[in-house]
Design a protein around this ligand. Sequence first.
Ligand code: NAP
Length: 300
Amino acid sequence: MTDIIIIGAGAAGLTAAIYARRAAKSVLVLEALSYGGQIINTPAIENYPVAAHISGFDFATKVYEQAKELGAAFKFEKALSIRDNGSSKTVVTAKGEYEAGAVIIATGSKNRKLGVAGEDKLIGRGISYCATCDGAFFRKKNVAVVGGGNTALEDALYMADIAEKVYLVHRRDAFRGEEGTVERLRQRENVELVLDSRVTKLNAEKRLQSIEVTDKKGNVRTLDVSGLFVAVGRIPENRDFGSLIELDSAGYAIASEDCRTKTPGIFVAGDNRVKEVRQLVTATADGAVAATEAVKYLNS
Ligand code: NAP
């Protein structure tokens, strides 16, 4: 029996592990993929205090090592469900069952698909959801990035250093992401903003060859690109725990700033929680709060 099981080894989960260990609780972190979560795809973090210009991967690695040094245990297994036994909880994975006094769900979110015909078939054949992972395949080629949030803006900036030409396609004429990054993009000669436009068709034989974009007036334009980076937001990963936590209509876990859910002993932290600002700094803050609340719960 572990004191606290943390589901998810992203920024929120890893920070929760650090705080829980410093409160002398035993900690097991369960992670379906690899440590780090969404931040490992960020080429350079520029808005986290002190850590200016560190890559997302380096940041995640440092936090992971910090949690491990403090004595958090890690198992790379996907948590499938949680059973509430009252004073204890059982987390079921594909490989086994683990019992804890409290559980922190820090599962974050996954990529939203664009929803254009042929998208799935072209993943790895021109379509990618991660510019830092796949950008190097498109050196000196033409690419498009779709989306208007910070991810799309940062992906476009990253690709501007690698690709011949970058089209940033956004469905509105105002961006959701930071104005400072938009300004930097406007100054790049090889970046073209294609606004008020949606990707409406993917043209491909074996690989992506071009995309069609349609603007608000119905004008269709073909962009000859061999790469399309989709950055149209995220979907919270709460589905498997919906019976124990309340979800809003978009699937985010409803919990206030204390990260407590409707089930005593179950907490949520990070991007899968309802909140106004989803940033690295708010994810780590959530991790600290959720762990502190879990410790309070266990000690009460
Ligand atoms: P996001 O902020 O939710 O933005 C998603 C973008 O995709 C929006 O511009 C949206 O358009 C567009 N979109 C959504 N569905 C679409 C569709 N079907 N077709 C075309 N466009 C679509 O997502 P994100 O950029 O992945 O960022 C997620 C969170 O992480 C945000 O809170 C962001 O600030 C944060 N983040 C922070 C950093 C950083 O701090 N360095 C880096 C990356 C991400 P509309 O604007 O019209 O809705």
